[in-house]
Structures are given as structure tokens and as C-alpha cells.
Design a protein around this ligand. Structure first.
Ligand code: G4P
Length: 291
């Protein structure tokens, strides 16, 4: 998986989204439930400022349910209609439909007061790469509905997916990038595996990640690897070495292969084999995004 974003790409993607915003009423924004702030592009708030907002906490099956519940309440306070979803299994999709209907209610009422009847509400999916947009669109809209053809005028070239008699979805999602310039964001995005690993040092990533897990989810590493997870005053990397020994990550001659152990830990985390772990909590983030 590799995402190379150049300024030209970014400007173009943003311009495209700005254009598409003119065609829609509701923005359905996907974030990764494990990092609901770091996986959110901050520009979307400005681009979508006049729109109704639905926020999907996607990959909720991988996140800590307690943290996800806190995030749901946190975003609801900020005027989003929020749903927790597993786009792979389809769980939570009914709640998304309800959110969209709720988010559209005011608009439908307003149209009715102005004598406009049967104008469909139009929605658009947005999100950073790898957050699950295609999976979501496929499971949410893929089976049940037919695509509407190109229509003349403003919608020329656009494909709309009819969700129900009131709502149509633009079939190409808006893709924006995470806020990479923030080191913490970059780190969390790399932990979940959404940026190219080749440029990163696995040992550093795994050590950082395990420090976080030890602090926030004590006992998880011990339960997974059957090693002592917190030994006072030991050198950085010692835990990784214990895991390497336990799992036989050794080079010829018995030398410890920390890189292999690091990749094992990262793969286990990404495969939810260490547990359902969220990497952000609203309480810690609140000050940074004061409204
Ligand atoms: P994108 O369009 O936003 O770039 O993301 P995409 O749908 O391609 O999804 C990226 C990866 O995340 C895919 O896995 C997809 O299956 C997985 N995914 C999407 N939504 C969910 C979810 O709610 N829960 C879980 N557990 N996984 C989800 P992949 O390994 O890259 O591809 P594949 O092996 O599934 O084909």
C-alpha cells in the first residue's frame, strides 16, 4: 500500500471536492474508529460548512468499543449525525441510513415549504485513503440499488447511486489526505498501516506503539506474547527483544532479529490480534480542537 501525495495532487483533489460540494446536500465522512481525529482531514469542515454532516466511525470492529462510544458522543456534540460501522460485515449500515434521513429532514421540510416536491437529497462520501470508502459504498449501496445514468446539465458526467426514493449518492468518493505535518498524526496513521512502511523504521514504530499499548491497555501485550511487559528502568527495545526471543525471531547464530519481531507486532496490531485498541481518546484531544 503506498500513498504518495504531492502538492499538485492535493490541490486538484481539493478543487474537485469543492466542485462536487455544489452538487450535494449531505456530506458522509468516513473516519477510522481507532483514530477518529487523526484520520479526519481538517479541510473538510471548511469545504462542507453549509452542509448537513454524517460521520461514520468505520472499522469499529477493530477499535475499543468504550473509546468509540466516547467519540460518538463527542462528534454528536459537534453537530454530526454519527454511526459506528463495520463496512466489511455490513454491521451498523441501518444506522447510517437513519443518520442520512435525520440529516436530511430539515432540508426536505424546507423544500416542502417552498413547494419543491420530490427533489432527491444528494450525498457524497469523503475520507482519507484506506479508511474504507470503497468497501462502505459497495456494502451500503452496492447490492440493493441501481445506478442512475448521466443526467444533462450540472450533473453531466456524474454517476448517482439511488439509495431510496429520497436519497442519491455520488458514486465517486472525495479523497483528501490526513494532516501528515502533525507528527502524532503521522505516527498513528503509520501504526494502522495507511502509509508506506518502506520509509519507516519498524523497530521504532513497534516500540512506540507498545509504549502506548502498555500505558493505555495494560496486560494486553503480556496476554498476547506471554512476556513481562513492564520492567522498570530497562533500555528501550528490551520488550521487543523479549518478544523476539519468545517468538524465535533470531538470525543465524542466535542473534536477535528485532526487525522481524517489530513487523510481527505491527502485523498483530493491524490484524486485531493484540486486542481492540483505539489510539485516540476524546479527553486527551479536547484541548487541541477547542471550539
Ligand atoms: P478506501 O476506498 O477508503 O481507500 O478503502 P477500502 O475500501 O479499499 O478499504 C481499505 C481496507 O480496509 C480494505 O482491506 C478493506 O477490506 C478494509 N475495511 C474497510 N472497512 C472495514 C471495516 O469496517 N472493518 C474492517 N475490519 N476492515 C475494513 P484490505 O486488506 O486492504 O483489502 P481486502 O483484503 O479487504 O480486499
Amino acid at each position: 500500500m503506498q500513498y504518495q501525495w504531492y502538492p499538485g495532487h492535493m490541490a486538484k483533489a481539493k478543487r474537485q471536492m469543492q466542485e462536487d460540494m455544489k452538487l450535494i446536500d449531505v456530506v458522509v465522512e468516513l473516519v477510522d474508529a481507532r483514530i477518529p481525529l487523526s484520520s479526519k482531514n481538517p479541510d473538510v469542515d471548511a469545504l462542507a460548512k453549509d452542509k448537513s454532516r454524517v460521520l461514520i466511525l468505520n472499522k469499529a470492529d477493530m477499535a475499543d468499543p468504550a473509546a468509540t462510544a466516547l467519540w460518538k458522543a463527542w462528534y454528536e456534540k459537534r453537530k454530526f449525525f454519527v454511526a459506528e460501522v463495520n463496512s466489511r460485515s455490513g454491521s451498523g449500515l441501518k444506522a447510517v441510513q437513519d443518520c442520512i434521513n435525520e440529516a436530511c429532514r430539515e432540508k426536505i421540510e424546507r423544500d416542502r415549504r417552498r413547494g419543491i416536491l420530490n427533489r432527491p437529497i444528494r450525498a457524497m462520501i469523503v475520507g482519507i485513503p484506506n479508511v474504507g470508502k470503497s468497501t462502505f459504498i459497495n456494502s451500503f449501496a452496492g447490492k440493493a440499488v441501481a445506478k442512475t445514468g448521466n443526467k444533462p446539465g450540472v450533473t453531466k458526467g456524474k454517476q448517482w447511486i439511488k439509495l431510496n426514493k429520497n436519497v442519491e449518492l455520488l458514486d465517486t468518493p472525495g479523497i483528501l489526505w490526513p494532516k501528515f505535518e502533525d507528527v502524532e498524526v503521522g505516527k498513528r496513521i503509520s501504526w494502522i498501516g495507511s502509509i508506506n512502511d518502506d520509509i519507516l523504521v519498524p523497530e521504532e514504530m513497534a516500540n512506540d506503539l507498545m509504549n502506548y499499548i502498555k500505558a493505555e491497555y495494560p496486560g494486553f501485550l503480556n496476554a498476547k506474547y506471554a512476556v513481562e511487559e513492564s520492567v522498570p528502568d530497562e533500555k528501550p527495545g528490551a520488550l521487543l527483544e523479549r518478544i523476539a526471543v519468545k517468538r524465535g525471531c533470531l538470525r543465524k547464530g542466535g542473534e536477535i532479529d528485532s526487525e522481524r519481531a517489530a513487523n510481527l507486532v505491527l502485523d498483530d496490531f493491524r490484524g486485531v490480534k493484540i486486542g481492540r485498541i483505539s489510539l485516540e481518546r476524546p479527553a486527551a484531544e479536547q484541548d487541541k480542537t477547542a471550539e
